[in-house]
Write a protein that binds this ligand. Structure first.
Ligand code: 1GP
Length: 247
C-alpha cells in the first residue's frame, strides 16, 4: 500500500494521526534511531525526517538505521533537494504556496523531480503554508517569504482552495519549528470548512491538549518536533498520541 493511502487509513481508523519530526541536525544518529524506536512503541503513526538546514552528510545511513529500529512509515520532510533518499518510504513533495518566492514554489521541485523519479520514491504533493507565529522561524528566514497573518484565516482558505484546484493532495499548515505560537484553530477550521484535503498541522505544539484542540478544529495529522526531541519521554509521546487519536 502507498504511504498516502496508509495515512488516509490511519485518519479513518483513528480520527487523526500523530507524526513525529526527527531533525538530523538536532541529535546524533544514535539518538535519532533510539527516538524512532521509542516512537514506534508509544502510539506514533509515522515519522517525518528533515529540517531547514541539514549539516549531516549521512542521510542514507540515518534512514537505514531508523528503519531497522522502527516499522513506522518514514517520510522525508525536506528543507531542500539535498534531502532525498531511496531508502525512505515517501517524501512530502512540498511547494511553499504561502510565499511568493518562485524557487520554493517550483524551482527546487524541478531540481528534485528527476532524482525522485530515478529513486522510485513516492512523492506526496503537499501545499506548504507558513502561518505567522510570533517569531521569525528558520523556515520563514531561509525561504525569504512572509507568513500568512494570524488574524487572516480567509487568506489561508484561499491558498488551500488553490492547492485543491491544482490537484495537490495534502495541506501542511506550519507555524515553524520552535514557533512561539502554534497555528490558530480558526485557520484549520476555516480550511476544513471550505476544502476537503487532509490538513497536517505543526510548529510550536508543546502540549497534548494543544494538539487535541487542533484535531477538534479539523486537523488530520499533528506534527511535533522540538517538544519530543527535548524530552524524549515515552509517557509524553503516549499522551500526545492519546490526545490526537479520537477513535
Ligand atoms: C516543524 O512542524 C514541525 O516543521 C515541528 O515543529 O519542532 O516546533 O514541534 P516543532
Amino acid at each position: 500500500m502507498k504511504v498516502y493511502e496508509q495515512l488516509l487509513q490511519i485518519r479513518e481508523e483513528k480520527g487523526a494521526g500523530y507524526l513525529v519530526l526527527i531533525d538530523p541536525d538536532k541529535q546524533s544518529m544514535q539518538e535519532a534511531i533510539e527516538l524512532a524506536r521509542v516512537c514506534s512503541e508509544s502510539g506514533v503513526d509515522g515519522l517525518l525526517l528533515g529540517g531547514s538546514l541539514m549539516f549531516t552528510h549521512i542521510f542514507d545511513d540515518l534512514i537505514k538505521g531508523i528503519k531497522t529500529a522502527s516499522p513506522l512509515p518514514l517520510i522525508i520532510f525536506p528543507g531542500s533537494t539535498r534531502q532525498l533518499s531511496p531508502y525512505a518510504n515517501a517524501i512530502l513533495y512540498l511547494s511553499l504556496i504561502s510565499g511568493r518566492n518562485a524557487y520554493y514554489i517550483i524551482g527546487d521541485q524541478v531540481l528534485a523531480a528527476p532524482i525522485i523519479k530515478s529513486m522510485n520514491l513516492e512523492a506526496i504533493s503537499t501545499a506548504y503554508m507558513l502561518i505567522e507565529s510570533g517569531n521569525i522561524t528558520s523556515a520563514q528566514f531561509l525561504s525569504d517569504t512572509r507568513p500568512i497573518p494570524r488574524e487572516k484565516p480567509d487568506i489561508s482558505v484561499a491558498h488551500a482552495m488553490a492547492a485543491e484546484l491544482l490537484g495537490m493532495r495534502m495541506i501542511y499548515l506550519e507555524a515553524g519549528s520552535g514557533a512561539h505560537l502554534s497555528v490558530p484553530e480558526e485557520h484549520i477550521a476555516a480550511i476544513c470548512r471550505y476544502t476537503s484535503l487532509p490538513v497536517i498541522v505543526g510548529g510550536g505544539i508543546r502540549a497534548p491538549e494543544e494538539a487535541a484542540r487542533k484535531v477538534a478544529a479539523g486537523a488530520s495529522f499533528i506534527v511535533t518536533g522540538n517538544v519530543i526531541e527535548k524530552n524524549r519521554d515515552r509517557a509524553l509521546i503516549s499522551a500526545f498520541a492519546d490526545s490526537i487519536h479520537t477513535r
